[in-house]
Design a protein around this ligand. Sequence first.
Ligand SMILES: [Zn+2]
Length: 77
Amino acid sequence: MIETQGPQGQEMNIDISQTSEMKCDKCENNTFKQTMMLRKMSAIISPNGQETIIPVGVFACESCGHVNEEFAQGGFE
Ligand SMILES: [Zn+2]
């Protein structure tokens, strides 16, 4: 068992054997680095009526730099 912090900062006990390893979709490397994707919100749907750029934190493969689909969704679709 390892202890980690949940999204709201509460402690969660996770059995690592119940988790699955994630790999790069392209090269199957299993280490990732945190990086940013930028999303552009057009003026039409932006709450302040201006074109807005939104940074979204994602994980990119440390080997080839590919961002897996499931990391890239970001909740803006
Ligand atoms: Zn890769």
